[in-house]
Design a protein around this ligand. Structure first.
Ligand code: GUN
Length: 290
């Protein structure tokens, strides 16, 4: 097996983006800035938000963090987003998902101005992605493309199977790889697809984003397949100080004696997602140039 580690890609992209940011600021522009809204205290969301905050600090971006209790009113969130939409010193706005059940997630993400929607979740951005037009590409699919590029894995004419059809990963991932320039033949499966391996056994590249550990093992793949594991799952592990460990959606160890190329968890796609958010935020700042 070849391990497609992403720390090295993150380091390279971060160095490039830091240089671009320094030169942007040297030209008299304000540093790119990101506003992050977190509701409640879900430990995974807290970690993601901390990672985003730290990436902003390393790159010299400004960041504004907003925290709300679990029982926040929808109107209070909408009022804050409305204020951030109008602020000239904010380039990107991100509401960490998932939100508590009493909040309409769609209403919240749709209220973010399309120019500041660095997650790329708004119908406008999704529509432009479908049409192959310039837009904010959702961070995880954009990060997967960077992994394929870095490791020289071609997509043109290849059979790609995406497992998972979420709005955040599966759908935009499939949409992106079928575009001109990527030219893949894409099949989208989900956890209810009967006999998943009928599809995966035929695939050159398999992208797994189901949120379920063990979705894909080596017996379901060709011996030379490329496997991109988007899952980040916490499973109990009393031998660890923090009481859990992270695993992906792929049974990573089952690939050890194969010729497959596989992204690890941790150290894989997650690192890319944060970098792509930073790239989208820079892009937003660059469009505004204030
Ligand atoms: N929760 C899990 N992934 C994401 C993401 O990419 N963006 C936001 N806003 N929330 C998430």
């Amino acid at each position: 097996m070849k391990r497609l580690g992403c720390k090295i890609i993150q380091g390279k992209l971060e160095k490039e983006l830091k240089e671009k940011t320094e030169s942007f600021i040297m030209k008299g522009n304000r540093a790119p800035s990101l506003a992050v809204i977190l509701v409640g205290s879900d430990p995974a969301s807290e970690t993601y938000v901390r990672n985003k905050h730290e990436a902003c600090s390393r790159l010299g971006f400004l960041h504004f963090d907003y925290r709300f209790d679990e029982d926040v009113k929808e109107d209070d969130l909408l009022a804050l987003i409305d204020e951030l939409n109008g602020r000239a010193d904010v380039d990107g706005i991100l509401v960490q998902l998932p939100l508590p059940k009493h909040i309409d997630e769609k209403k919240i993400t749709n209220s973010i101005s399309v120019e500041k929607d660095v997650d790329g979740f708004s119908p406008f951005n999704v529509g432009r992605l479908c049409l192959g037009e310039e837009c904010f590409i959702p961070c995880t699919p954009k990060g997967v493309v960077e992994i394929l590029k870095y490791y020289d894995i071609p997509t043109a004419g290849k059979k790609v199977v995406v497992i998972g059809r979420s709005n955040i990963v599966g759908k935009p991932m499939a949409m992106l790889l079928m575009q001109k320039g990527f030219d893949a033949t894409v099949t989208v499966c989900n956890t209810r697809t009967p006999s998943l391996k009928d599809y995966t056994l035929d695939a050159d590249i398999i992208i797994v984003a189901t949120g379920r550990p063990g979705t894909l093992g080596s017996s379901m793949c060709r011996n030379d397949a490329v496997i991109i594991d988007v899952g980040v799952n916490r499973i109990e592990d009393k031998s660890r100080e923090r009481g859990y460990r992270l695993v992906g959606d792929v049974d990573y160890h089952s690939f050890e004696d194969t010729e497959c190329q596989v992204t690890p968890v941790p150290g894989g796609v997650g690192l890319m997602t944060v970098m792509m958010l930073m790239e989208n935020t820079f892009e937003s700042a660059n469009r505004r140039k204030k």
